[in-house]
Structures are given as structure tokens and as C-alpha cells.
Design a protein around this ligand. Sequence first.
Ligand code: AHR
Length: 487
Amino acid sequence: MARITINPDRSIGRINRNIYGHFSEHLGRCIYNGIFVGKDSPIPNVNGMRTDVVEALRKIKIPVLRWPGGCFADEYHWQDGIGPQEMRKRMVNTNWGYVVEDNSFGTHEFLELCRQLGCEPYINANVGSGTVREMAEWVEYLNSEGDSTVVRTRWENGKKEPFGVKYWGVGNESWGCGGNMRPEYYADEFRRYQTYCRNYGNHHLFRIACGPNTDDYRWTEILMQQAGRFMDGLTMHYYTTTGPDWETKGQALTFTEQEYYELLNKAARMETLVAGHSRIMDRYDPTKRIGLIVDEWGTWHQVEAGTNPGFLYQQNTMRDAMVAAIHLNIFNWHCDRVVMANIAQTVNVLQSVILTEGSRMVLTPTYHVFDLFKEHQDAEEIDCYVETNLIGFENWTVNQITASASQKDGKVTLTLANTSMHKAENVTVVCPNTGKVTARILTGAPSAHNDFDKAPVSIRAYDKLTVKDSEITFRAPGCSVLAISIE
Ligand code: AHR
């Protein structure tokens, strides 16, 4: 039996909608085929963007999209991706499968995609193999109204008004694929690069520094100490995987009970990481001016058999849905510091919300979790105290019930997951003013997933709740995610 006590009078602040953000890299079939098929494709599209994918992402209210990488960002030269598509420079994508990148999806295409999605663009620019001038001119190209040669080129490419891009990443994983830098060195590089990324007119940049990998607290300490005053955001990356090491990762569709709980236990580690990095940030930034941006998170399994290992294509089950629910609840709890998070990656790569095959598209269980959680966007986080058991396999344990709550326009939204592989749990929610209560549920066997021929996992209405005075009681099936709305 679990008990959740909601106190709508206590809040740590607003849940930034960007916590529900996404990440799309030039990697495998994420951008090409997954999102962008080109104007001449027989697959229905608007200006080259797949209509089915755009509509699905609009439905979950995608708030922000990070691009072009990832590791790819530090080899990407933006001038190669503007002008007539057939004239664009070709390159080999050395990070991801050594395939030819023809640069047909570039700056204008990305911003067209964001326009169609109705989301904010977040551009991650090149420090590793780029130059200060190259980065400075990209900002000028995007945001300036001045009559310069760079801006005239934008006009020639059909865009008179500035794009007004706000979220600006200065390098990606600069401790690894972005240049193997030491934090002291990167801190100086960040200070230098960001100096020349100007604010044009009303277009003020939100400058994002490359933050730590997982639990590299020293990186955070040095960045905050030496460059904190120049940044608005600091990133953090953490992927959830199973197995003793990176090479022997488990699979997406086939897993043991141990691997199920191992993955969930490791997903819950995000709490420790966010709290740990936040504590360091608090020392240098007690007013929380600088946001923590978890701009890469999600599960990383073995690629599906027969697919290009460099394309990171994996299926997605209810187990991944549990991981998503665990993460999103954690980000809500820390919304006073976490201002953005970007699941890796939107389509056909790692923990995708959408998979495509030719003209066909399927929504993954993770997609449905984003659908269940979307009411939290821009709502006030509210106190949600959970009394629950630890469950698991040997040392791989996790809280059986994980939950977070928010309120907006007089409506409380509670999202919760029963992380047990099979065991249902009786839940009592105590919340003042329970008027109209409705619920939606996503549930299935831990390995249940959607495929192109069969898509059994979807959200259903859930009416098996009893409401009495200020108490709501129900039975949450094992391996389930619920969104409860209390008006
Ligand atoms: O998301 C895949 C890769 O993981 C990204 O390119 C990189 O930033 C990270 O290591």
C-alpha cells in the first residue's frame, strides 16, 4: 500500500516546459528519413518535413528541440548547410557510421522544422573543430538585422527577418568527443567563444556551457567557479544502461528480471546526480540564476540486430517508459534548478518517442509517457510526498511508486509510475478539494512495445478510482504510468 500526500500550498516553483524537450542529431535515421525526407519525397511532407512526425510531436507539445548534435555538433560547419541544397558541401559523418552527410538539412531547414513544431530551437555550436569567428557569424546570420555581408547572405537565402534563436550551446561533451578538454581549458574556451556571440537587438542569447558527464562533480565545480558569471545554463549528460560495462550493454526487447530492475535503479540515479550538481551550483549561484540543462538523457541499449551499429537504433518497451516516468518526475522535483531536459533522441535513435520505417511511423511507449506528463508544462510544481516500498532484484532496487504533482488553472496533475515488473499496488492519494477526478493510464507487460505491424501499447482512460472526501484510492497495475487530473 502506498500513500501520496499532495499539498497545493507548497511549491518550489514553476515547471519549465523545456523539461519536456527533445534532442535530434545528424545520427543514423534521426534527421534524415525520420524527420526530413525532402520536398520531392512520396512520403507526405511540408517543405521536406514528415507530416506524420510533425503532427505527433505537436500533440505532445514539444517545447524545445536541440540540434545538430551531440558529437556531430563539434564537426559541423554551419556554412556547409546553407544555400541551394544541391550545391552544399558533402562530408563523411565520422562520428556516426561514416555515412555521407550531404548537408541538405541545415540551418534554414532546422528552423523551418521548429516553426512547424511550434517549438523553440536550441542550437549547439562547434567549439571542438570550429573557430570563434565561425560561431560568432552563425549568431550574426541567425539574429542580426544589420546590413552586413553575413546577413545579406541570409536574405539571399530567403529570410529577411532574423530568426531570433535564443538557446545557444557552446560545444558538446567538450570533455570527450567535443575535444577531450580539461575543465580548466574548456572554462577559458567558453569565456572566449561566448564573448563574441552577440546579442542583436532584442535577441538575447541564453548561453549554455558544456557541463559534466554523469558524476564528474569536479567539472561542475571548475566551470561554476571559473566561468559561472558568463553562462545562463550548464549541461549534464547521463545515459541509463545495463551490464557491467559499455561494451556488454543489454538489449532493448529481451531482458531478465535483474536487467529490468538494474535499468530502473540506474535511472533513479538521476536524482543523486541532479541533486549533487545542484548543490555545487548553489554554492556559486545561490539565487539559481543559472539553469541545469540535462540535454542528453535516456536509455542506451544494444542496437537492433541487423542495423548499422553507428546508427544507434533500438526498440522501446514499457521498461523504457518506466525510465522516462522516473526521469520526468525527478526533473519536476528539481524544477527550481533544472530548466531544460532533452531526451536522446526524438526519432529512430536511442530512447526515441517515434520510430519510422519508410513511410510508416510508430509511437513508442516513451512517447505516451510524454503525452501523460504534458500537463506539467509551465505548471506550478506542488508538494507531493510519497510513502512507498523499495522493490527490486537483489541490490537493484527502486521505489515502487514514484510521483510528482503540479497545478495550473485550478487543476492539479499527478503523474505516477508503479515500477514493479508485475505487482499491482493499492494507492491512496490525499489531496484537498477533490472535485472532478479523471485518470489516464499506460500499462503493459515490461517488454510490451509497438512495432510497425502491431502497436498494442497506448494510453487508455482509467475509471477504477474511488473518490471520497479528500482521498482518492485505486489500484495501480504493475509496470504502469498514470496521469490523474484533479479539478
Ligand atoms: O546521443 C548520442 C551521443 O551521446 C551524442 O552524440 C553525444 O553527445 C553523446 O555521447
